[in-house]
Design a protein around this ligand. Structure first.
Ligand SMILES: Cc1ncc(COP(=O)(O)O)c(C=O)c1O
Length: 420
């Protein structure tokens, strides 16, 4: 069941640019006691349902960021909330010291949904990526026969795979790396979309190629059509694991269950997170082929919370929703519509509209200034979205979004993108 859209409750007045006392109180607390590792847009959210959030002043906003794709099902989807509530009343956390009655069914459903063999559950996206890196290295030593400590992994310029020390070691973004060294060795960075560069970078020590099917944080960058199939072919020929990071693009976001399906590619391992937690809790996983996943023996890797029954129950329900409803097809159809309408605005300040399904980026021409003021203007008009990489406005609404809601957003976007 998709929560219904209540037209009567749309915000009809512009949001004042100055914060009122209720909002300012929370902003001040954040400023004073929080660490300044984020620069949030000035809205203090206090409630939500479906595609809409309400701030502490009672104003409503259409959420077109979806917590960076964690909210594919929207806020507080009734079926997911019910699954979580039911599980909370039974048992929430057991640790993996014991079996629990949710995890096995979750493993089965997730492995089948991915067309892969085995699941290793974690909590956050970064943990899933760390786990995939460890798996690939172990596979390189135990199966491929790479000499000890010599395994290398190829990643791509512009990548975003998380914030741990090892993951930032192969980031090409100075903001992510400056003053965080020393870094973990063993990674080779090549240009995104450049197959000959990958070919040149592969050596007998290469364990894996780690790739985002669409680079979300880089500004919604879609690679050339032949890129993923080319990587698949090369990895198979050279005995290298292909790892697709579908943490942001997976679970329906791009109009397919997984973004790599657009090119008919099946990786050896996939990392999932964000929407796997149904927009309620952190749930992540590595899903992979038997040959890779069975390198682990008991005690070699784990997580206290990974695979807890609450996470497994919610993750299972999330997969069930994607498999039994038309959410994925909706993402394709609504995304296509949204994209066409954005293009037809013919805004003089827009260089390009790019992306797939409901993961869209609007590239603002440099002469029009950065994207952030446009996001702030849209916020004042009741629409939440976020700039990424300075010039791009990312639109990634929940997959449950209705056509009327997209039209409502387009009215506001049209004003903001054409009045400059
Ligand atoms: C492709 C990709 N991988 C990994 C991550 C890290 O996920 P988390 O923030 O849950 O650690 C993100 C988060 O934005 C992502 O987009």
């Amino acid at each position: 069941m998709v929560p219904s859209f209540d037209k009567t409750r749309h915000p009809s007045v512009q949001v004042a640019s100055a914060l009122n006392a209720a909002s300012q109180f929370h902003v001040d607390l954040n400023e004073r006691y929080g660490t300044h590792n984020y620069k949030p847009l000035p809205v203090v959210i206090a409630g939500a349902g479906g595609c809409w959030v309400t701030d502490v002043e009672g104003r409503r906003y259409l959420d077109m960021l979806s917590a960076y794709s964690a909210l594919n099902f929207g806020h507080n989807h009734p079926a997911l909330v019910a699954a979580a509530r039911a599980q909370l009343d039974r048992v929430a956390v057991t640790s993996r010291a014991f079996f629990n009655d949710q995890l096995g069914p979750f493993f089965k459903d997730l492995a089948e949904a991915c067309g892969l063999d085995r699941v290793l559950p974690m909590n956050t996206g970064a943990e899933a990526v760390e786990t995939a890196i460890k798996t690939a290295r172990k596979w390189a030593y135990q199966v491929k026969g790479v000499a000890s400590n010599e395994a290398r992994i190829i990643a791509f310029a512009g990548n975003f795979h998380g914030r741990t020390t090892t993951i930032i070691s192969f980031s090409s973004d100075p903001l992510a790396t400056t003053n965080f060294g020393p870094f973990t060795p063993g990674f080779d960075i090549v240009p995104f979309g450049d197959l000959p560069a990958v070919e040149r970078a592969i050596t007998p020590n290469t364990a894996a190629v780690l790739v985002e099917p669409i680079q979300g944080e880089a500004g919604v960058v879609v690679p050339p059509a032949e890129f993923l199939p080319g990587l698949r072919r090369m990895c198979t020929e050279r005995n290298v694991l292909l790892i697709c990071d579908e943490i942001q693009t997976g679970l329906g976001r791009t109009g397919r269950m997984f973004a790599c399906e657009h090119e008919g590619v099946r990786p050896d391992m996939m990392t999932l997170g964000k929407a796997l937690g149904g927009g309620l809790i952190p749930v992540s996983a590595v899903v992979g082929r038997d040959a890779a996943m069975s390198v682990f023996k008991p005690g070699e890797h784990g997580s206290t919370f990974g695979g807890n029954p609450l996470a497994a129950a919610v993750g299972r329900k999330a997969i069930e929703l994607l498999r039994t409803t038309d959410l994925v097809e909706r993402a394709a159809a609504q995304g296509e519509y949204f994209r066409r309408q954005l293009e037809s605005l013919r805004s003089p300040i827009v260089q390009e509209v790019r992306g797939r399904g409901l993961l869209l980026g609007v590239l603002i021409k440099p002469e029009a200034g950065p994207a952030r003021p446009f996001c702030e203007a849209l916020l004042r008009d009741g629409l939440l979205c976020k700039d990424t990489q300075k010039q791009v406005i990312r639109f990634a609404p929940p997959l449950i979004i209705e056509r009327t809601e997209i039209d409502w957003a387009l009215e506001r976007i049209a004003v903001v993108l054409t009045k400059v």
